[in-house]
Design a protein around this ligand. Structure first.
Ligand SMILES: C[S@@+](CC[C@H](N)C(=O)[O-])C[C@H]1O[C@@H](n2cnc3c(N)ncnc32)[C@H](O)[C@@H]1O
Length: 180
């Protein structure tokens, strides 16, 4: 499996994150970069002076690469290998968000048959890994049924704020902040 190469979604998240972090004074907050891939989001954190970062990815290649880049990295299917007691002030996730089809079932791009299963699952699991006042920055595509994701998130008790969006040729990308 290839490591996901940064694309429009990565750049939208990174730009949003950069702005978001510039408003946070305390640099030692605990950050989790879920589905870190090439580490672009973790790198944005590091370049903004934030160093208390854990990166996680389901693919061994990405984890190896992240370690090589000097990041604390763990191979984990969402939160499965993350210590139950470990909590974060900020969780970043640019997830796979496309519906699976017979040509594409790759873990870096597809999020289940409907295109949102992994995203909804991540929000469910993240609840017990958020510090008080902790926040999640999550990217969603218009192709991943954002209405269903937002509805599920509200059921889990999250409040939701739209931070950024962009129009691509065949889809829209949104970055949301989720908090309890
Ligand atoms: C769209 S890519 C984003 C990569 C990188 N964060 C970026 O912004 O470019 C999604 C990443 O999530 C990882 N991933 C997919 N399913 C996962 C899961 N269940 N648990 C953890 N990581 C997962 C993929 O391997 C991939 O690196």
């Amino acid at each position: 499996m290839q490591i996901y190469q940064p694309a429009e979604d990565s750049y939208l998240m990174s730009e949003t994150l950069n702005k978001y972090l510039s408003k946070i004074k305390y640099k030692n907050i605990k950050i989790l970069d879920m589905g870190s891939g090439s580490g672009i989001q973790a790198k944005t954190c590091r370049e903004s002076g934030f160093n208390n970062i854990l990166t996680a990815d389901i693919t061994a290649e990405a984890v190896k690469f992240l370690k090589f880049k000097g990041f604390n990295a763990i191979k984990s299917d969402l939160f499965s290998n993350i210590n139950k007691k470990q909590k974060f002030n900020l969780i970043i996730f640019n997830p796979p968000y496309l519906p699976e089809n017979k040509y594409d079932k790759e873990k870096d791009t597809t999020a289940g048959k409907k295109g949102y299963e992994i995203i909804v699952m991540s929000l469910k699991q993240a609840k017990s890994h958020l510090e008080k006042n902790g926040k999640i920055l999550l990217l969603i595509s218009s192709l991943s049924k954002p209405d269903i994701i937002r509805k599920q998130a509200k059921k889990f008790g999250y409040k939701i704020k739209l931070l950024n969006q962009t129009n691509l040729f065949f889809e829209k990308l949104f970055v949301y902040e989720f908090f309890l």
